[in-house]
Design a protein around this ligand. Sequence first.
Ligand SMILES: O=C(O)CCC(=O)C(=O)O
Ligand SMILES: [Fe+2]
Length: 323
Amino acid sequence: MEGALQLPIIDLSSTNPTSLTDSLRKACIEYGFFYIVNHGVEEELIQRVFEGSRKFFDLSLAEKMKVLRKNHRGYTPFYDEKLDLVDNPKGDPKESIYFGAPEDISLYGNLNQWPPEEALPCWRSTVEEYYRAILNLGKRVLSLIALALNVNEDFFEKVGAFNPPGALLRPMHYPVAGEIDYSDDKHMHGCGAHTDYGMITILMTDGFPGLQVCRDKLQQPQIWEDVPQLNGGFIINIGDMVERWTNCLFRSIYHRVTKPEQERYSVAMFFDPSPDCVVECLKSCCSESSPSRFPPVRVADYLKENYNITYGYQCKFLFCSSY
Ligand SMILES: O=C(O)CCC(=O)C(=O)O
Ligand SMILES: [Fe+2]
């Protein structure tokens, strides 16, 4: 642990659009991580999501296993996700649950999975309300990111990134020693080092520390800096897809969560573009002297490859629109 990082704070209530997009551009280039404040999401809704999430993870393992992840929606038990096989060879000692868009009705119906309403009253309505609020916020942030890249503000809509919606909401729980045996691996982290695969991630934590970033993964020894929760703010990071669109101008930064000293909860929304969207370097981000570093990629192919590595399975249904 090398100390806390002073991340840029982007104030969405700013009445000066040029200074807003300028500061956002700088934040995406220099850090790939930033806070947003005055975002319009009610504190009361955030508290309800955390309260429901604690109650969900408090259910018995047998109850949680009834909503075990299928088609990339549902409960992911401890050690299911393998993000860093060096430090966390058994997988990450955290549990989580994935939700897709409430409106995402596939051939198989809505794929989200819910425990019975009696077991967890109002959980479904709270999660759906939060999903819609963060989806709107994410669309707003992505339109500002588009302006910061000097493309039209509806760029991400126009390339089909939201049609159908690919964003996944994921409440997470990091237990303390006792519930999890950390003793056999002293380097183990709550969440192994990784980058996020999508466009952006919008994260809220319960305020307990743990999140760290490594701004230069090639530098040895690596320097990991703490990212504290900012009161009233969301933490946003750039994902691999925006890094590829911008030819590494906007950076998808390695991050992890340390072994928790207190029980810790967080809720992330991953803005993955739609499966059939093709991500290709923006013209303004490459030239003869600085050619594109990545070939165009179909989002379904990129996500499939990465989810297969981290979960070790074929995620067919996640991409059912493309089969
Ligand atoms: O729980 C956190 O603070 C971050 C988790 C994370 O980075 C992820 O799930 O991708
Ligand atoms: Fe992440």
